[in-house]
Ligand binder design. Structure first.
Ligand SMILES: Cc1ncc(COP(=O)(O)O)c(C=O)c1O
Length: 388
C-alpha cells in the first residue's frame, strides 16, 4: 500500500496554535484588522496594489464576473473547458455567455490561437485558468490581448506562486482570483482572494463583497459622489450594486497569515516532487512533455500517452488498490462543457469539439503532491504506473 492522499497536513498544529492565541486575545471576530493585514501581506507577496479577502475562490469568481459586467458590459467571456465549475457558473450568473476554447496538453490551459480566433466585438474578457500549478499564459498572448484591448482575468486558484518570465501569475490581468480551500497550495480552511492593480475594479469588488454597500468603499471621493446622486438615501445604507455577502472572518485571516510564511518553501518542494515524478514516468505510456517552467503543481498530473480505455481502467484500479487517492479528468473532473448546467444553457454547443479537453476528460488523472511526500513514495508510484 502506498497510501498517498490528495493532501496531507495542510492545516498544521502551529496554525491552530496561532488561532487559539488569537481567540484568547480578541473581541473582534469578523472582517477587521487581521483581514486587512492578510490582504496587505498577500498583496506584497504577489506584487499587486489591492487584494480583497473573500470566503472562497468561487466567491472571487462570482464577484469578478459581476464587476466585469458592471464596468465593461454584459457580453461573451472566453473560458477554458478544464477549470472549475464556478469559472463557468459565475460567467452565466453575471449574465455573460461563456465561449469555450480548447486547451493545450502541455499546461492544460487554453490554446493561444484559439483564444485569439474566438475574440469578437462582443468579447468582454478572457477568463484564463492556470490549471493545477501550471502557468497558463505566455508573453505573446498577453501582448495580443493588450493590443486588442481585451481584459484578462486570471483564475490562479490552483497555482499560487506559478511564474511567467520571473513574475507571478495573478499579476498580469485586470484581476486575479485565488482559493485557499484545504486542498490547495495554502489554506485558510475556506477562503479566496481577489487581486488587482485597478482602483475602480477594486472599489467595486469591495462593494460586491459586502451587500453592494457604498460605505464599503475606501475611496472618499467615490462615496461622496454617489451620495450626492442619491440624496433620498442615507449614505450608510446605499446599495449601489446587487451585491453579495462573501466576507471572510478574522479567524480565517489569522490562519492565512501563518500559512503564507510556509508557502514559498512548500512550493519549492512541490516543484521538485513533480519533476522527480515526470523524470521517472515511462514516456511511452504517459504524457511527460508538460511545460514545468515556473510551475508549482500541488498535484501530479497523469495523462495517458495514447487514448486507451483498457489502460485507463487498469490505472484506475492500480491507484485504488494501492491507496493512492486520485481524481479522474484532472481539474474540475474534465471537460466542463459536458456538465448538465452548461449543456442546458448552451444547447447548440458540442463538447466533443474540444478535442484535447476530451482527451484529458477521458485519459487524465491527478494524484496528490504535498511538501512532505517522500522521494521513496514518488519513485514507488512511478514504478507502479510504469508496470501497468
Ligand atoms: C481553478 C479553480 N477555480 C476556482 C475554484 C473554487 O475555489 P473554492 O473551492 O475556494 O470555491 C477552484 C476550486 O477548487 C478551482 O480549482
Amino acid at each position: 500500500m502506498l497510501n498517498i492522499p490528495l493532501m496531507s497536513d495542510n492545516i498544521q498544529k502551529e496554525d491552530v496554535n496561532a488561532l487559539i492565541s488569537f481567540l484568547k486575545e480578541t473581541n473582534r471576530f469578523t472582517q477587521g484588522p487581521k483581514v486587512r493585514e492578510f490582504e496587505q501581506v498577500w498583496s506584497e507577496w504577489l506584487g499587486v496594489k489591492h487584494s480583497l479577502f473573500v470566503n472562497s475562490g468561487s466567491s472571487a469568481n462570482y464577484i469578478t464576473m459581476a464587476v466585469l459586467r458592471d464596468l465593461y458590459g454584459e457580453g461573451e467571456v472566453i473560458v477554458p473547458p478544464i477549470a472549475w465549475s464556478s469559472d463557468i457558473a459565475s460567467v452565466f450568473a453575471a449574465g455573460h455567455t461563456p465561449v469555450f476554447v480548447d486547451i493545450e496538453k502541455k499546461n492544460l490551459a487554453m490554446q493561444e490561437k484559439e483564444i485569439l480566433s474566438h475574440i469578437t466585438d462582443k468579447t468582454r474578457a478572457v477568463f484564463l485558468t492556470h490549471v493545477l500549478g501550471f502557468k497558463g499564459l505566455s508573453g505573446p498572448l498577453l501582448k495580443a490581448l493588450r493590443e486588442r484591448d481585451i481584459p484578462l482575468i486570471e483564475d490562479v486558484c490552483e497555482s499560487h506562486g506559478a511564474m511567467m518570465d520571473g513574475q507571478k501569475c495573478g499579476t498580469f490581468g485586470l484581476a486575479s482570483n485565488f482559493s485557499f480551500y484545504y486542498a490547495h497550495h495554502m489554506s485558510t480552511i475556506e477562503g479566496g482572494m481577489i487581486c488587482t492593480n485597478d482602483d475602480r475594479f477594486y472599489q467595486y469588488c469591495r462593494l460586491y463583497r459586502s451587500h453592494g454597500m457604498v460605505r464599503e468603499s475606501t475611496d472618499e471621493n467615490f462615496k461622496a459622489d454617489i451620495a450626492r446622486q442619491y440624496p433620498d438615501l442615507r449614505p450608510e445604507f446605499l446599495f449601489l450594486v446587487p451585491g453579495y455577502n462573501m466576507r471572510s472572518t478574522e479567524l480565517n485571516a489569522v490562519i492565512g497569515l501563518n500559512q503564507i510564511k510556509r508557502l514559498d518553501a512548500n512550493n519549492k518542494r512541490r516543484a521538485e516532487n513533480f519533476k522527480l515524478f515526470l523524470d521517472n514516468l515511462d514516456p511511452k505510456k504517459y504524457f511527460t512533455d508538460f511545460d514545468i517552467e515556473g510551475a508549482v503543481n500541488y498535484a501530479f498530473v497523469l495523462l495517458l500517452r495514447e487514448p486507451d480505455d483498457a489502460m485507463f481502467q487498469r490505472v484506475t484500479e492500480a491507484l485504488r488498490e494501492n491507496g493512492v487517492e486520485f481524481r479522474r479528468g484532472t481539474a474540475g473532473g474534465g471537460n466542463l462543457a459536458r456538465q448538465p448546467f452548461v449543456r442546458e444553457r448552451l444547447p447548440g454547443f458540442d463538447p466533443a469539439s474540444l478535442k484535447n479537453a476530451e482527451f484529458v476528460h477521458s485519459y487524465g488523472f491527478y494524484t496528490g503532491n504535498y511538501p512532505d511526500l517522500s522521494e521513496e513514495k514518488i519513485l514507488s508510484l512511478c514504478k507502479l504506473l510504469n508496470a501497468i
